[in-house]
Every structure is written in structure tokens, then in C-alpha cells.
Design a protein around this ligand. Structure first.
Ligand code: BG6
Length: 467
């Protein structure tokens, strides 16, 4: 039996656009998802899990189930419907009430400022490729700090820069749906890190009492064989998706090692990265000031060398075995017969989380602390007798928590875990049949049903014992 430290946070995560719904209520402005999803006419995000109306009930459930932390995000377009300019008071009031309700229920809010939901007008200006976006994000964040800074203890600047840029410019399942444009992805990722750093600067200058950090998706990358070229492929994807941003997060600059790999990838993809002189100091300053790193971890990947043109197929339906992910000049993700996968082809590999935690401790020994800000298993749950017997999810979570405890035993400072997700939510590129929640949501009635995993998690949070 393994035991968690007394003050460990057993949290659950949500994100505004995926949980709140109410996309046209309270004078909310559009994000770049609204028109795109309406045009596609496949998934309707407008009600999602109706957290906008049901948060009081959901937070009471958190308290009843021993959940003492929640990730929420502030929908930028509830506060500034156009991204900049006029403030929408009903949006401002909504987040006051939401944050107050978290606190009232003794559920610590970890508040994210950007979780994939850029306002539409700023998206049209180029999103993270434009400087207007960066400046507008700093202004929005500064507004949130002034408004909520006295009651929020934990702020997250940006959720998963890599997923945003990979979705927008490499995989093509996030608007503007470009594929294989690796140079744009790298530039946007750099600009996001600059935006993060500028926001950290504003927070520190404001002398707020809380802590600030960033969340990265970090997936370990392994060669599928001992061939040197497969090793090279794994190393390249690791640098591009993990190390490049970890370097700047903790060291405030890109290491020679990362830059060499990224420059090579850029050369093969006919592109360049522009880093402005004035950004260097801001990046360096923020690296010294951030309080924590959030890690979102779901899967790791096994790679082999790949010489062909980039080719990707996103499995958004849960049809097992339909994913393809091969990038020119980098490598191809392949299945490892020894490792199980979810129906969405995500390898289930808790060792990858342990390896990543140990890697951070070794490579960036001056990191302060880590929260695992998302981890969970997407599945096609079936509601039977008002519950879901989600044993596979319980096992998934148990194995990942065990990996975290092993890391803690080896000296990694991990202080909390947030299961993705509190309730079933809208999945950006998979819609509603990929469910992760502790609470099953009937999306027709919005009624919640606690899954078996919710009772399991309750016991864990109460006893701190991982059986
Ligand atoms: C994370 C995101 O990358 O993965 C969440 O922060 C997302 O917003 C989660 O929902 C699970 O991904 P998916 O594609 O299965 O919904």
C-alpha cells in the first residue's frame, strides 16, 4: 500500500468551453470554435455539460466526494466579448460567483487564463502568430488578476501550448485547420511562451499573494527499436514537443541542444523561427519567477524513423487502430505491441509519467513544484443502473497515481493531481462520446450520475491510501 502526503491535492479538472456550455448566454462573445463547429455541424458545444448553470451543484458534489481542488478556466469572451475593449459585467460577476462557490465548498480553484479558447476577432488577426494577440492576452490576464487576485491562490497562464499549435498547424483539427506547417507551429509556440512570460511579469509586479505557473502536455517519447535512426526520431519529437518549451519555462532560453534540433526541423520544412531581442529578458525573468509547473499526461509515444512526406490521420471516433502520425524530418509514431491503447489509440503507459517526472527533476533541478493538472482515460461509458462500472478507468488512474508516488519517493516534488475530468465534458475533436468524467452526464437532461471511479476516488481522497 502506498500513501500520499497529508496535504496532497486530489483535484478534478474542467475547462470553460468544454464544461460551461451557455455559449450564447450572458453576452458571451465568440471563440474561434463557435463558427467552425457550427459549419462542421457534427458536434454542438452550446450546452456542453451546462456547468455555467450547474456549478453550485457540481461543487457540492466535489466536496461530498473529497475533491479538494478544481481546475476551472476563465472564458476570455465572457469578460471581453470581442477579446479587447468593452468589459461584460455579467461575465465578470459570473466568475466571482464561481470562484466564491469553490472557496465556500473548500475546493481550491486553480484558474487557467487560456484553455484553447481564443476570442474570434483575435483569431482572425492571426491568433498566437500575431503580436496583437499576445498584448491582448496580457491585458486580459492583468484584468483578471485585478478582479480576482485577492481570492485566487493558483493561476495558470496557458494550457498546453504544444497541443494548441499542433492542433492548429500540424494535425489540422483545430481552426485554422492547417496541416504539416511545422514552422508556423514553432513560431506560435514561441509566441505563447512570450505571452506566458509577460503575464508572469504582470502578476509578479502586482504583488498578488498567490502562485503562478503554466501547464504543458508532456508525453515521453521512446524509440521503438535500438536502431540509432529510431532513437533520433524519438529524440526529435521529444525536443519539439517537450524540451523546447521546458527549456524556456525553467531556464528562460532555448538550450543549444534544443535549438540545434529545432533548426534542423525548420530547415527540412523550409521555415524559420523569429525570436526578438526584447523577448529574451522577459523569458529569462519569468523562468526565475514561476512557482509551479502543471503537467498534463495521458500517453507516451513510440517512434521510428520516417523519411516520407508528413501524413496524419486523427482518430476522433474511437475506431481503434485508425491513427496515423508521421512527420517529415522527425519520425513516425508506431504501436508497441506490448503496450495497451485506448480506443482512440493513446498508449496507456504510466511508466512514461514516472520517466517524465524524473527527467524534469534531473534536467531542471531548480524547478519548484509540480502538479499533475490533467490525467484520465477517455472511454465509451455505458450508464447502467444509474452508474458506470468504469473499472478500466480506475485501473488507469491507479497506475498513474502509483507512478506519481514512485516519483515522490525518488524526491520529485509533486503536490497534487487533477483527474480529467470532473464530469463528462465536450471534447474539442471527439465530441461527446469520449467520456472522462468522474460524473456521467446525460447530455439531454444534464443530469449527473456518479461513476464507480467517483466512489473509488472519494475513498482515496479520504484515506490518502492507494490500494
Ligand atoms: C488535454 C486538454 O489535452 O486533453 C483538454 O487540456 C482535453 O482540454 C483533454 O479535453 C483530453 O483530450 P481529448 O481530445 O480526448 O478531449
Amino acid at each position: 500500500m502506498q500513501k500520499f502526503p497529508e496535504n496532497f491535492i486530489f483535484g478534478a479538472a474542467t475547462a470553460a468551453y468544454q464544461a460551461e456550455g451557455a455559449t450564447k448566454i450572458g453576452n458571451k462573445g465568440k471563440t474561434y470554435w463557435d463558427d467552425y463547429l457550427a459549419e462542421q455541424n457534427v458536434f454542438d458545444p452550446s450546452t456542453a455539460s451546462d456547468f455555467y448553470h450547474k456549478y453550485r451543484e457540481d461543487l457540492e458534489v466535489c466536496q461530498a466526494f473529497g475533491i479538494n481542488g478544481i481546475r476551472i478556466s476563465i472564458a476570455w469572451t465572457r469578460i471581453f466579448p470581442n477579446g479587447t475593449g468593452e468589459v461584460n459585467q455579467s461575465g465578470v460577476d459570473y466568475y466571482h460567483e464561481l470562484i466564491d462557490t469553490c472557496i465556500k465548498n473548500k475546493v481550491e480553484p486553480f484558474v487557467t487564463l487560456h484553455h484553447f479558447d481564443t476570442p474570434d476577432p483575435l483569431f482572425k488577426l492571426g491568433d498566437w502568430l500575431s503580436q496583437e494577440m499576445v498584448t491582448a492576452f496580457v491585458d486580459f490576464s492583468s484584468f483578471c488578476f485585478k478582479e480576482y487576485g485577492d481570492k485566487v491562490n493558483y493561476w495558470i497562464t496557458i494550457n498546453e501550448p504544444w497541443s494548441v499549435v499542433a492542433g492548429q498547424y500540424i494535425i489540422g483539427h483545430f481552426p485554422p485547420n492547417k496541416q504539416y506547417d511545422i514552422p508556423k507551429a514553432i513560431q506560435a509556440m514561441h509566441n505563447m511562451m512570450v505571452a506566458h512570460a509577460r503575464v508572469v511579469k504582470v502578476y509578479v509586479a502586482g504583488n498578488y499573494h498567490g502562485e503562478i505557473g503554466i501547464v504543458h502536455i508532456l508525453e515521453s517519447k521512446y524509440p521503438i527499436s535500438d536502431k540509432p535512426e529510431d532513437d533520433e526520431a524519438a529524440m526529435q519529437e521529444h525536443v519539439l514537443a517537450n524540451q523546447f518549451m521546458l527549456d524556456v519555462t525553467f531556464n528562460g532560453c532555448y538550450s543549444e541542444e534544443s535549438l540545434a534540433v529545432v533548426k534542423n526541423i525548420l530547415k527540412q520544412n523550409q521555415g524559420e523561427l523569429i525570436i526578438r531581442e526584447e523577448e529574451l529578458e522577459i523569458l529569462s525573468d519569468a523562468a526565475q519567477k514561476i512557482d509551479f509547473l502543471g503537467i498534463n499526461y495521458y500517453a507516451s509515444h513510440f517512434l521510428k524513423a520516417y523519411e516520407g512526406e508528413s501524413l496524419i490521420h486523427h482518430n476522433g471516433t474511437g475506431e481503434k487502430g485508425s491513427s496515423i502520425f508521421a512527420l517529415k524530418g522527425i519520425g513516425e509514431r508506431v504501436s508497441n505491441p506490448k503496450i495497451p491503447t485506448t480506443d482512440w489509440d493513446w498508449p496507456i503507459y504510466p511508466q512514461g509519467l514516472l520517466d517524465m517526472l524524473l527527467y524534469i527533476k534531473e534536467k531542471y533541478p531548480h524547478y519548484k513544484k509540480i502538479y499533475v493538472t490533467e490525467n484520465g482515460m477517455g472511454d465509451k461509458d455505458l450508464l447502467t443502473n444509474e452508474t458506470v462500472n468504469d473499472d478500466a478507468r480506475i485501473e488507469y488512474v491507479r497506475l498513474h497515481l502509483s507512478a506519481i508516488l514512485k516519483a515522490v519517493e525518488k524526491g520529485v516534488n509533486v503536490q497534487g493531481y487533477f483527474i480529467w475530468s470532473l464530469m463528462d465534458v465536450f471534447s474539442w475533436t471527439n465530441g461527446y462520446n469520449k467520456r472522462y468524467g468522474l460524473l456521467y452526464v446525460d447530455f439531454d437532461t444534464q443530469k449527473r450520475y456518479a461513476k464507480k471511479s467517483a466512489y473509488w476516488y472519494k475513498k482515496l481522497a479520504e484515506t490518502k491510501e492507494l490500494l
